[in-house]
Ligand binder design. Structure first.
Ligand SMILES: O=C(CO)[C@@H](O)[C@@H](O)COP(=O)(O)O
Length: 220
């Protein structure tokens, strides 16, 4: 299981580069090890082109290194705090994607004014508190903001987006969609005012997208 997760987490880091969500060594992806108090995450400060399944790091859910030659990501404690406090979460992602990070820099939630936001986020993308790196403060801010919230993304104030998902792949998808809607809403706001969708429409769109869209059972 851990070997497969090393491969999956390594491959998902390449998606952050592919979708233009990170610069240099910023950002990180982790996956919970099912049934274990463990997570797999990238090594800190290692270039994306140098990441391999073998240099992924295994930590316990306090953020302590369990297996690996490298120091774990600076955000390991934040990811670990989320896993300890949100048992339904299987993956956590952090990026510095430019448009979402610009909304975070302003401390402004992204208003749910387009159907793509209702689909993936079920409402606004909220802002979490500013917190310094290197403790579980960021993790506390993520959990405080997202617990009971439909959005899988939070804009940590003056820092950048963190996303969660049932799997690491779902958390990466949320990070990709977060940057996509942050960009669209940036353009919309630049050229005029925007209006939120009616709550009933958001509920209906979110339900369809989460439960029917695509090849899900009952889609036909
Ligand atoms: O923003 C932060 C920490 O929150 C960056 O240092 C982070 O994106 C990358 O750090 P790591 O290389 O994962 O240690």
């Amino acid at each position: 299981m851990i070997g497969r997760l090393r491969e999956e987490v390594c491959a998902l880091h390449a998606e952050l580069i592919r979708w233009g969500l990170v610069t240099w060594t910023a950002g990180n992806v982790s996956a919970r090890v099912p049934g274990e108090d463990l997570l797999v995450i990238k090594p800190s400060g290692v270039g994306y082109h140098e990441l391999t399944p073998a240099n992924m790091v295994v930590c316990d859910l306090k953020g302590t290194l369990v297996e690996g030659e490298h120091s774990p990501s600076s955000d390991t404690e934040a990811h670990a705090y989320v896993y300890r406090n949100m048992p339904e979460v299987g993956g956590v992602v952090h990026t510095h994607s430019p448009y979402a990070t610009a909304w975070a820099a302003r401390g402004e939630p992204i208003p749910c004014s387009i159907t793509a936001m209702a689909d993936e986020f079920g409402g606004d993308i909220p802002v979490g508190p500013f917190a310094l790196i290197g403790s579980d403060a960021i993790g506390r801010g993520i959990v405080e903001t997202l617990r009971g919230h439909r959005s899988p993304a939070v804009l940590m104030r003056q820092h950048g987006p963190f996303t969660i998902g049932r799997t690491a792949k779902a958390a990466v998808k949320a990070a990709v969609m977060c940057e996509d809607v942050a960009r669209t809403m940036h353009f919309a706001r630049q050229l005029g005012s925007v209006e939120r969708l009616p709550a009933a429409a958001v509920d209906s769109l979110h339900d369809r997208y989460q439960n029917v869209y695509g090849q899900q059972k009952g889609a036909r």
